[in-house]
Design a protein around this ligand. Structure first.
Ligand code: SF4
Length: 285
């Protein structure tokens, strides 16, 4: 009998290989070559999965089966899943094994107008695995979503994007300097990806994490809103209010959590930011 696939986004999971890797590479913030190498194509691809969540209502339309893949290039100051940054923080799963699990829920996901969402970490890191899952889900008639920063969008061909019904695209700042301060990565690849989705007419929801004192500057929000206003296939903007739910993981990993004393945005600030998007005729949640 195969092992059950369990887990939640709030579970700390580091497998033995990941732990060994952390001992060898002392800088946990570094992007290890193994984190971003392309998986070679093979019959039953192996991907690295951190955890699953079944029944999510916040990762796309309807009820979702969410697979959190491991591996990410960004190092967001507010990340609530720092235990997914390295690919080997996850555990190896073949496409067929993952699809066995998805298939169990396929009927109910369709009835609930939901589907599957690949999140992370950053699903783009594991492009062939992600695409194989999306293709198999489309064959089951399931709606597919990818929660992504777009950082590795250039890895995806236009044809690849046709199997992704909805991109949940994180735009973490509209100001390149603030973006780099928040994520340690450049903004431009995300913008390139957003504009490509727009020109291809591929639906997207943009997500913006509102952190007082970091991303909440009026001009920064104006820039994100301007970017969004220029995206033809944008269906909605989601303002995600900063919270401290990830702080325990930073502590358990022995990482310095620079936002440990930060509070979430006030209702007034949240409303000001929402209004900046609404003023451009955007649908905001
Ligand atoms: S992109 Fe997501 S998983 Fe990666 S560091 Fe940022 S918040 Fe964490």
């Amino acid at each position: 009998m195969s092992d059950p696939l369990v887990g939640s986004r709030y579970e700390l999971r580091i497998d033995s290989e990941g732990a060994r890797e952390s001992e060898v590479v002392h800088d946990y913030f570094a992007v290890h070559p193994a984190d971003i190498e392309e998986t070679p194509e093979q019959d039953d691809l192996v991907g690295y999965v951190h955890s699953y969540e079944i029944g999510s209502t916040v990762d796309g339309p309807g009820i979702r089966f969410v697979a959190f893949l491991s591996g990410c290039l960004l190092r967001c100051q507010y990340c609530h899943n720092p235990d997914t940054w390295h690919k080997r923080n996850g555990y190896p799963v073949t496409v067929s094994r993952a699809m066995e699990e998805v298939a169990k829920y396929a009927h109910v996901l369709k009835v609930c107008r939901g589907g599957i969402t690949l999140s992370g970490g950053e699903p783009m890191v594991q492009r062939p695995f992600a695409l194989r899952i999306f293709r198999r889900c489309k064959e089951l008639g399931l709606h597919t979503c990818m929660d992504t920063s777009g950082r590795l969008g250039e890895r995806f061909t236009d044809e690849d994007l046709m199997d992704i019904d909805l991109n949940l695209l994180d735009i973490k700042s509209g100001d390149p300097d603030i973006y780099e301060k928040v994520t340690r990565q450049p903004l431009q690849p995300t913008l390139d990806y957003a504009h490509r989705l727009s020109s291809l007419g591929r639906p997207m929801w943009v997500r913006f994490v509102l952190v007082p004192g970091l991303t909440d500057g009026y001009d920064n929000v104006e820039r994100v809103a301007d970017i969004c206003a220029g995206l033809k296939s944008l269906e909605r903007v989601e303002i995600l209010r900063f919270h401290q739910m990830g702080s325990d993981k930073w502590r358990e990993l022995g990482l310095d959590y620079t936002l440990k004393d930060h509070e979430g945005p006030s209702p007034e600030l949240t409303e000001r930011v929402r209004k900046q998007f609404r003023d451009r005729g955007l649908t905001v949640f």
